[in-house]
Design a protein around this ligand. Sequence first.
Ligand code: PBG
Length: 322
Amino acid sequence: MLNRPRRNRKSAAIRNSVQENWVTNHDLIFPMFLIEGKNKKSEIKSMPGINRLSSDLLLKEIESCLKLGLNSFCIFPAINDELKDKKASEGLNSKGLYPSTIKLIKKNFPEAVIMTDVAMDPYSSDGHDGLVKNGKIVNDETLEILAKMALVQAEAGADIIGPSDMMDGRVGFIRESLDDAGFTDVSIMSYTAKYASAFYGPFRDALDSAPKFGDKKTYQMNPANSREALLEAELDFSEGADYLMVKPALSYLDVIKLLKDNFTLPIAAYNVSGEYAMVKAAALKGWIDEKRVRDEILLSIKRAGADVILTYFAKEFAVGKK
Ligand code: PBG
């Protein structure tokens, strides 16, 4: 036998020397949930270990993450029901909870990377990512709202804008609006291949943002398709995206690989709420070794081709690295 692959596995040092992929804190973005109030922390039942935090506590949490070497955050706002309307007006309020908190974070921690969310659902009384007219989600009128939302967030200091709405043409529309207003340095991480997935359930609990009627299948992608992800990626690339994201991650590792092989932009993957919840639930039952499963999951997403991973495990991972 001339070839014995086991020789390269004979000790930890040798295994490490031939290891092809590593996950580091630099790869991770920590998604966090923001609520109104002071000194408020509310648990998300379906996401053990993750809380909705008022801005003061969110700041403290960011500070503790920075100390662990975790530098990137994606903030999602939970908006009170009485502020929600059909046009997602609160999303355009530059004095609202979300932009004022982003300002506060950037003032206190200029070195932190803050990614923001552009979509109507957290602010919409219809619970849809786009504007609803006669029971339909209308694309082009939504673009105007999304672009204004992106501007409010850029003015507040966002480093990366994350359009998560899946309207056609939104990356180019937002890019032009940002550039016209002088925000040429603000990046766009496009939710390029965002699938209509059941894995978003716990997130919708967290924000109380589930659609009030129907589903999101007229804008989010069909889980059966991967060639369509290439079409979305071509559009986002040509419209000026800085990163292409695949979401969810675990059931879509092939799509991550597909985009990685066909595009030169950095690829991001969103290890979503339902993927987190499954691991936590099994771990709470004592059925799996949580830390090993977590690390294996993150590594698999990296191996598939993701350069950046949005994950609710980010802080726990960083704690483990200390
Ligand atoms: C919607 C949005 C969703 C997530 C982030 N932004 C899901 C949805 O379509 O409701 C999901 C994130 C997660 O599940 O962790 N704009």
